[in-house]
Structures are given as C-alpha cells and as structure tokens.
Design a protein around this ligand. Structure first.
Ligand code: SF4
Ligand code: SF4
Length: 288
C-alpha cells in the first residue's frame, strides 16, 4: 500500500520514450532514470551515467550567437538558447508525476499486451523509487518491466518482485575479475540476487549485448550460457553492438572508448545465437 511519503520519493529522470517495441513485449513506454554506478565502455546511454542533471550541446543546432570560451559551451543558459542546441538532461520527478505521465499510454498497453519499462542508468541505484514506481504502475493495471544489471544489493527483493512482471537482466562478461575490471559489475552479486528473485517467483529474461572484443568471444558466450542454464533462465534477448550512443558522448563532451568500432548486423550474431540455441536457450535478436 502506497503512503503519501512513498509517492513523494524523487529521482532524476532523463527521458520517457513512448511507443518502444523492445524492452519487455508489446508497446512499451520506457522511463530512464539517471545514474549508474557502473562504467561499461560500450554504454549507449552516456546521458544516464551521472546521477546529476547535465548540460548537453548539439553542435548541429548551434548558430554561435554567444561566445564559447572553452570551445564547447557558450555563456548563455539552456533557457536562453534560441535553437535548443544547449539543453539540460535530467529532471527531478516524483513517483506520482512519473506514474501520471506513463499512464497516458494505458490504452496502447491494453491493446498490445505492453506496459511500462523502467530503465537507466541502473534503476536499482534508486531501489525505493523503482519499486514504488513499478508498484504504482501495476496497481493501475499497467504491465511492468525492469531493465537492470541486478548487481547491487537489494533492500526489499519481495516488494520488487511483487511490483515487476518481468526482469530484463544483463549477462555481459561472465568472468568475475574481467567484468569487475572492465565494467565494475560483479556477476556474483547479480547471480545471488537472481537466485533470490527467482525463488520469489520472478519472471526473468536475460539480455546479452554483443560487443566486439568485450563480450563476443566464444568462451564468454559459452560461460554466460552455462550461467543462464544453471539459473534456469531459458530466454535471452541478444543485442548487437550499434553506434547510436556516439553522438550523445559528443553532446556531453565525454570520451567514448568504442568510437569508430564497427557496428554489428544480425548476421554477425548468427554464430552466437546458434551457440545459445544449441544450449537450449531461446533467443530474440533486437536493438538495445
Ligand atoms: S545560445 Fe545556443 S545557439 Fe547560441 S551559442 Fe549557445 S548553444 Fe549555440
Ligand atoms: S550498466 Fe548499463 S547504464 Fe550502466 S554503464 Fe553499463 S550499459 Fe551503461
């Protein structure tokens, strides 16, 4: 049962993306919470790494109407920018406010079997907000999904499972030390959480981003598959690497480790899909 205090919990939200066909089935409205404690070199959502609002600068829209002392940002505030080139990413929002916004799409959810997906960043870095938001959406009759690494300690796994119809959980780098060194993610923490939520009856779909040189090696794929099977997870969304994040790194002025890396097509991932399917895991190849 939601209390007034719970509804007033806030988080920084970057974006609410409507009419998504990925991320949980049917037509989805995806809300992105800002902030992630991890650092995957290929992250395609750099705007959701910092926990604070950030200035974004779209060079294509800039008409250079004000000096730019550091070469990147001018002296005008985003509110004063006449073209929308300079914007602030991230706004503090309450659970109430966000539930109201996603609730406007209920008719599409009902007709398509879709619902709301909470994504990030790492939404569980704001576990209280995430759980309350998903619980309120579910109570309002909307389907709920959570995209997560699941690699942070959980405060109330029972409440989270009750609020979440499906967990979309990352399987990236199987080797613990390599994962911790490259991304900060500890797969053992994820797997302990997975056992907890599976015992509580959670529905879980795995997500495997296929990133050249990072996650696409046969050994890594085989180890991820073995872990999925051991946990009893039999469905995986395979996400070939793309470069959609590159422009966002430029707009934020952040370095990007995967700049210029070749994009993967569906054909590139056929051998990986074959390997997973042969292991008894059903796959769907989609965009991230
Ligand atoms: S106000 Fe906007 S358009 Fe003008 S220089 Fe700044 S970013 Fe560019
Ligand atoms: S866990 Fe997700 S949001 Fe965080 S850095 Fe990795 S890909 Fe980006």
């Amino acid at each position: 049962m939601c209390s007034e205090a719970d509804s007033a919990i806030t988080a920084i939200v970057t974006n609410v993306q409507r009419f998504s066909l990925h991320d949980g089935g049917g037509i989805r409205t995806v809300a992105f919470l800002k902030g992630c404690p991890f650092r995957c070199p290929w992250c395609c959502n750099p705007e959701n790494l910092s926990f604070l609002p950030e200035v974004s600068m779209n060079e294509r829209l800039c008409i250079r109407c004000s000096p730019r002392p550091d070469g990147r940002l001018c002296e005008r505030s985003p509110e004063e920018c006449p073209t929308g080139a300079k914007t602030i990413l991230g706004r503090e929002r309450t659970v109430d406010d966000l539930v109201d916004e996603v609730g406007r799409d209920r008719v599409f959810f009902e007709e398509s079997g879709g619902g709301v997906t909470l994504s990030g960043g790492e939404a569980l870095a704001r576990e209280a907000f995430a759980t309350e938001f998903l619980a309120r959406c579910k109570a309002a009759g909307m389907g709920t999904a959570l995209e997560t690494t699941l690699a942070l300690p959980l405060t109330d796994a029972g409440a989270l499972v009750e609020a979440t119809d499906v967990f979309l959980v990352d399987f990236k780098i199987a080797d613990r030390e390599r994962s911790r060194a490259l991304t900060g993610i500890d797969p053992d923490v994820r797997d302990a959480n997975l056992r907890t939520i599976l015992d509580l009856g959670a529905k879980v779909i795995g997500r495997m981003p296929i990133i050249p040189g990072y996650t696409d090696g046969r050994e890594n794929v085989a180890a991820c598959a073995a872990r999925l099977i051991e946990l009893g997870i039999r469905r995986v969304d395979v996400l070939p690497f793309h470069q959609l994040g590159e422009g966002k790194y430029d707009a934020l002025g952040h370095a990007y480790a995967c700049r210029g890396m070749r994009q993967l097509s569906e054909e590139d991932v056929v051998p990986i899909v074959d390997m997973l399917e042969r292991g008894g895991i059903s796959t769907v190849v989609s965009g991230e």
